[in-house]
Ligand binder design. Structure first.
Ligand SMILES: [Zn+2]
Length: 268
C-alpha cells in the first residue's frame, strides 16, 4: 500500500525530570492551558501556540497546517520553550516551508473553477435548471447540468463522473502492466481512501482511490505498478522495490511528485 504522512512531529525533545508533587494550593488550577506567543526565527516573527497539560513530560514541537504548536507541562518556564524552538529552528523552518506549499485550497464549485483530471485542469461550466444531472467533458471543460446549482449538488455530480472515469482507466492500466510482466490480471476496485492511493490483498484484489484519477497518467502508472508488484511481494522489501523499478523505471521521481502534491488530491 502507498501511504502519505499527515503530520511532522518532534515529541519529547527535552526530557525533563518528573515534577515533584507540590502540596495542593487553595485555588484549583485547570488541567489544560492554551496560549499564543511569538518569537523571532531566522529574523522573522513566528507566531506559535503553547498547549500546557498537567503531567506532560518535556517539551514537544509539532508543525502542521496550523503552524507551530508546543506541548509542555503547566509549569515549564517560557524560557525552556523558547530554548527548544531556538535549538530546532532549522527543523521548524523546513517543516513550515513544506506545509506552506501543501496547504489544501478549498475547492470552489461554480462556473470557472477548475478540477484536476489526469493531471490537467478542467474548467467547470455549470448550468442549473435541469431535471436530470449530467456531466460531459469537452476538451478542457466539464459541462455540469444540475437542478439547483448548489455547491454540494455540483460536487456530487463531478465526483460521480470522476469515479465512472477512474475505474476503467485503472483497470486498463492494471491489465496492460499485468500482461506486460506475466502476471494474472487482478480484479480492480475503487476505494474512497483519502490517505492511501492503492492497496492489494492476498485474494488478488487491487483497490485504487478514485482521487488518483486527478494525477498525471505516469503517476497513476506508478501506483498501478506498485500494487501489481505486491502480487509478487506482499511487503515493502528490497525485492519488492526492485520489482517496482523493473515495471516502472521512473518510479522514484513519480513517487516523490505524488507525495509532494498529495494536498491537491485531498481538496475534494
Ligand atoms: Zn505498498
Amino acid at each position: 500500500m502507498v501511504n502519505f504522512d499527515l503530520f511532522d512531529q518532534l515529541a519529547n525533545l527535552l526530557a525533563s525530570t518528573p515534577q515533584k508533587k507540590k502540596p495542593r494550593s487553595s485555588a484549583p488550577r485547570p488541567s489544560k492551558q492554551e496560549s499564543e506567543h511569538a518569537i523571532a526565527l531566522d529574523g522573522r516573527r513566528l507566531d506559535y501556540k503553547v498547549v500546557r497539560r498537567r503531567g506532560r513530560r518535556g517539551v514537544g514541537l509539532k508543525v502542521d497546517g496550523n503552524g507551530l504548536t508546543v506541548a509542555a507541562s503547566l509549569t515549564t518556564p517560557l524560557s525552556a520553550i523558547e530554548g527548544a524552538i531556538d535549538q530546532h529552528a532549522g527543523w521548524i523552518s523546513k517543516k513550515l516551508g513544506e506545509w506552506s506549499q501543501r496547504r489544501v485550497v478549498p475547492q470552489r464549485w461554480e462556473t470557472g473553477a477548475t478540477v484536476g483530471f489526469l493531471g490537467e485542469p478542467l474548467t467547470l461550466m455549470v448550468d442549473a435548471g435541469h431535471a436530470r444531472t449530467t456531466v460531459e467533458r469537452a476538451m478542457a471543460h466539464l459541462f455540469v447540468k444540475v437542478k439547483k446549482g448548489e455547491a454540494a449538488e455540483i460536487e456530487k455530480a463531478v465526483v460521480a463522473w470522476m469515479k465512472k472515469e477512474a475505474l476503467p482507466h485503472f483497470a486498463q492500466r492494471a491489465f496492460f502492466f499485468a500482461r506486460l510482466h506475466q502476471l494474472t490480471p487482478p480484479q480492480v476496485f475503487l476505494s474512497s481512501a483519502n490517505g492511501r492511493w492503492g492497496s492489494c490483498n492476498s485474494r488478488r484484489e487491487v483497490r485504487f482511490s478514485w482521487r488518483l484519477i486527478k494525477a498525471r497518467p505516469a503517476q497513476i502508472d506508478y501506483v498501478v505498478c506498485h500494487e501489481l508488484a505486491h502480487l509478487r511481494h506482499m511487503n515493502h522489501s528490497a525485492a519488492f522495490w526492485a520489482e517496482v523499478r523493473r515495471m516502472c523505471p521512473e518510479f522514484e521521481t513519480l513517487k516523490k511528485e505524488l507525495d509532494q502534491h498529495d494536498h491537491q488530491f485531498r481538496a475534494f
